[in-house]
Design a binder for this molecule. Structure first.
Ligand code: TRP
Ligand code: ZN
Length: 886
């Protein structure tokens, strides 16, 4: 039980000033529509003038008489209605809104405002990055540009005219087609028109000194689309992979989903200061440069994969997001879950399906299951929020994608595509709900998904408990399945989910007795009987991870060994091996807790050895199978985390494996070497396996292994190998690591994205001086609290991916994080709120650590003027939990 339960008074005092909660149940259609939006910008870093001419029309289904527009951080210069200047009380200015009193049914409003992009550190609205203007409007950033009905169900046609200094800002971009341009002294201007009505969150503007890399794509109806990627001049040599990925994504959407691009031009701009990964603005995507720029020397294989995935993701949004958008932000998963599913399938189709699935599930089970088990647990369609930016979560995105995937599993590819086609046919040009999506799936497939929709409204990860019985006389095999979902904050009663379980049966010698089939569990408990099963089978359950649940089945080691070697489902081969590793770690953990000697079973290391030496298996799958579950994954398996023992045991196991398999690992390391460098599936797979081997070799701390690693660092002709070696060397105590880190810095100090890796490697080092080093690195001239990538690389990596360092027993790292957040949340609340989540699991640690973390949470909660973003996360973390959660 939890002994730290006396926090009520703290929360009470903060609630006095608590910001408003927005409820799904209070959704109302807009009181007015904006049929046309004409924007005019006079760009200036400290005083940009924005003129918005809005064509408004009353929504007669609504009773509100006034027009209430949203606006933040704006200096209002004038408002006119049908050409007549308004004065208070004809309009009323309040914090966050502009009210036009007694507005007519149809009218033209002209609003002039002044804004300061150079002082915009929140990176929402119009801001400056690297000397260039850019925008980020999702979710509610447009209201920092002008007063507007800043909500996704108000769709408007836009024209945009941009005026700026020609020398400093030669490139002027906005959504849609370039219609006209001109000169005006030292200034020039360009006018853009977007033919598709869109909500304001999809608006974008870019102005700066940029070069473009150009290409074309011919659509299946033979239209030629011009493709342009805009970057700073020194980065034009790093755009080829992003461009190739874009063309693959465009072709994939035509082939797999029958969806064709709709404008004659598609632009991507890379910026260094960006709160998230990228943004799907109509015809003008804006990207974090991390997800555009790549070449062999600077980008790792996983960078290449992420770029392809994110380029695809934003491209796919053109249909799932832009042509059909969300009615309100509670429906965010409508576009995000669907688009993540689409980008996952794209990556699976153009690369390795099995490896993509393993990577995605790994992320889901560490980050999303953790979120669902903590104070931020929410359904993929939340019912309330304080700050919508806090709900761009792994739950809405990744679990949202799993919920789409389950529909795909239940309906099959053809049925799913029929439903998707009907969805786009019904709702093109509309702002709709998750119910509308499911309804299209239902109609197209003539099926009732009412119960399935509980996945949209219930939070928490269900457990799926399976047991079985084999009747040799009758030759029948019975599977008993039960489901249970723990209470989550605010949701006590959970009703049964529809859980598609893909399963197969193997014989005890590994022969497949029954190929994959889908059974659908819809009750709390259900029984499935298989007849004519000639021998006692081993069940291969939840193949390809067919549902986002925690599977419990009492597998014996012998059964797992068979599944690991012979399952026809690659995901379950991996899964069996992970379970064996986890069992081994748990055995060692029990021994450690009794202060006994740690003996690693020979069976286990022998199996690793034989998998390592499989010759017909994809090296990437071997690499996944022989890797130990991550620290975060292991931590996730305990309701109270035995942190110190767990980390120690994992490390110890790594070393034992390295020692026992040393020569096999060393041989495989050489076998996986390649004379020259390529970025294709097989080359990436070989590098992956090679670096997993190196990891085990170095874990032995043998001098020859460390020298091998040094050699790899020095001779690497690509960032994957260089960084893998660097990360290992940064963990070897002694002066040598400083020489290598200095060497890397000297080589890459001109490249911010590579330096992010240098920061992250040091922040995740498992050495006693890491916190001290992190603090010192904040003084590095290239570090800045204003750049989200740098904050995530150094501080985010330390707090999220270095449990040993962040959870130092004396609480020093907790104080460090709270100190940083103190400054950061004033600059950039969105990024601060991400990082403060490092405290979310505080109740799952030992009492000493709980007290220390709670102290910092309370300190933050009581900070005068705390941002809504951080307030929401911290106050939820401190709320008492329903007792059955822990
Ligand atoms: N819609 C974007 C995506 O998924 C997400 C995004 C980009 C975002 N920037 C943001 C969300 C800023 C909130 C705030 O691709
Ligand atoms: Zn998205």
């Amino acid at each position: 039980m939890n002994t730290v339960e006396t926090i009520q008074p703290v929360i009470q005092s903060a609630i006095q000033l608590a910001p408003a909660t927005i409820l799904l149940s209070e959704y109302r259609p807009p009181a007015f529509f904006i049929t046309q939006t004409d924007l005019h910008f006079e760009l200036d870093p400290l005083a940009t003038l924005v003129t918005a001419q809005l064509q408004l029309q009353r929504n007669h289904e609504h009773s509100e008489k006034d027009l209430v527009l949203q606006g933040e951080q704006l200096e209002l210069l004038s408002v006119s209605l049908n050409g007549a200047l308004l004065q208070p009380p004809q309009y009323q200015l309040a914090s966050g809104s502009l009210r036009i009193v007694d507005a007519p049914d149809e009218f033209v409003l002209i609003i002039k405002t002044r804004i300061q992009p150079a002082n915009n550190t929140a990176l929402e609205g119009l801001y400056i990055s690297g000397g260039n203007f850019c925008t980020q409007c999702e979710a509610e950033g447009f209201r920092r540009i002008t007063y507007y009905l800043d909500r996704p169900d108000v769709l408007s046609r836009f024209t945009v005219e941009i005026h700026a200094d020609q020398q400093q800002y030669p490139v002027l971009l906005s959504n849609g087609n370039r219609m006209a341009s001109g000169q005006n002294g030292a200034k020039h201007w360009v006018r853009w028109q977007d033919p598709f009505p869109k909500p304001a969150y999809l608006f974008a503007l870019v102005a700066g000194d940029l070069q473009s890399v150009n290409d074309t794509f011919v659509t299946r109806s033979q239209r030629t689309v011009s493709l342009q990627i805009f970057v700073q001049a020194h980065n034009v040599d790093k755009c080829a992979h992003a461009m190739a990925s874009l063309k693959r994504a465009m072709a994939w959407d035509e082939q797999r989903c029958q969806l064709e691009y709709d404008l004659d031009i598609y632009m991507i701009v890379a910026v260094d200061d960006f709160n998230m990964g990228a943004m799907e603005n109509k015809g003008l995507n804006i990207f974090n440069s991390k997800f555009v720029l790549a070449k062999a020397e600077t980008a790792t294989d996983s960078d290449f994969e992420h770029i392809e995935g994110v380029i695809g993701h934003e491209y796919f949004h053109n249909w799932s997001g832009n042509r059909v958008t969300c009615r309100d932000w509670f429906q965010l998963s409508l576009k995000e879950g669907l688009t993540v599913f689409r980008d996952q399938e794209f990556s699976a189709d153009v690369g390795s399906r099995a490896i993509k699935r393993i990577d995605d599930v790994r992320m889901l089970r560490t980050a999303q299951f953790a979120e669902d088990a903590g104070p931020m647990a929410h359904p993929i369609r939340p019912e309330s929020y304080i700050e919508i930016n806090n709900f761009y979560t792994v739950t809405v995105y990744e679990k949202g994608a799993e919920v789409i995937r389950m529909q795909h599993t239940l309906l099959g590819e053809a049925g799913f595509q029929k439903g998707l086609a009907l969805y786009f046919q019904r709702h093109d040009g509309q702002a709709v709900t998750c119910d509308d999506f499911v309804s299209a799936m239902e109609t197209a497939n003539n099926i009732d998904l009412t119960q399935f929709k509980r996945w949209y409204s219930q939070a928490g990860t269900p457990s799926l408990m399976v047991s079985d019985h084999y009747d040799a006389a009758q030759k029948t095999y019975t599977l008993y399945m039960q489901q249970h979902c723990a209470v989550t904050p605010g949701q006590i009663d959970k009703q049964a989910f529809v859980i598609p379980v893909a399963l197969g049966l193997l014989s005890e010698t590994g022969v497949e007795l029954l190929p994959t089939q889908i059974v659908s569990l819809a009750e709390a408990a259900q029984t499935f009987v298989y007849t004519n099963i000639s021998e006692k089978p081993i069940p291969s359950l939840l193949r390809n991870f067919s549902a986002p649940v925690k599977l419990q089945y009492a597998y014996t080691d012998a059964q797992l060994e068979i599944l690991a070697q012979y399952d026809t489902d690659s995901f379950n081969r991996f899964e069996a091996m992970q379970r064996l590793s986890e069992k081994t770690i748990n055995q060692l953990l029990a021994l450690a807790q009794q202060a006994q000697d740690l003996q690693v079973p020979e069976n286990y290391s022998n199996l690793l050895n034989s998998i390592l030496n499989e010759t017909k298996t994809d090296p990437a799958l071997i690499a996944e199978m022989i890797s130990l579950p991550s620290e975060r994954y292991l931590m996730e398996q305990h309701s109270i985390i035995p942190l110190d023992d767990l980390l120690a045991v994992r490390k110890k196991l790594q070393r034992v494996i390295g020692k026992r398999l040393y020569s096999a690992l060393r041989e495989k390391y050489d076998e996986m070497a390649s004379a020259d460098y390529h970025v294709d599936g097989i080359s990436i797979a070989r590098r992956r396996l090679r670096n997993v081997c190196l990891n085990y070799l170095v874990a032995t701390e043998r001098q020859d292994a460390i020298e091998l690693c040094l050699l790899q660092y020095r001779h690497a002709n690509n960032m994957t190998d260089q960084l893998a070696a660097l990360a290992l060397l940064a963990n070897v105590d002694g002066v040598m690591r400083f020489d290598i880190l200095d060497d890397f810095y000297a080589q890459w100090q001109h490249d911010g994205l590579v330096l992010d890796k240098w920061f992250a490697v040091q922040a995740t080092a498992q050495l006693p001086d890491t916190l001290m080093r992190v603090k010192a690195l904040m003084a590095n001239p290239t570090f800045s609290l204003s750049n989200p990538n740098k904050v995530r690389a150094l501080i985010g990596a330390f707090c999220m991916n270095n449990p040993a360092g962040f959870h130092a027993k004396d609480g020093s790292a907790y104080v460090f994080l709270a100190d940083i957040l103190w400054q950061l949340e004033e600059k950039n609340p969105q990024v601060a709120a991400r990082i403060v989540s490092a405290f979310n699991a505080w109740r799952r640690f030992d009492e000493g650590r709980q007290i220390l973390m709670r102290e910092q949470l309370e300190r933050l909660l009581n900070k005068p003027g705390l941002s809504r973003d951080v307030y929401e996360i911290v106050s939820r973390a401190l709320l008492p939990v329903p007792s059955s959660v822990i």
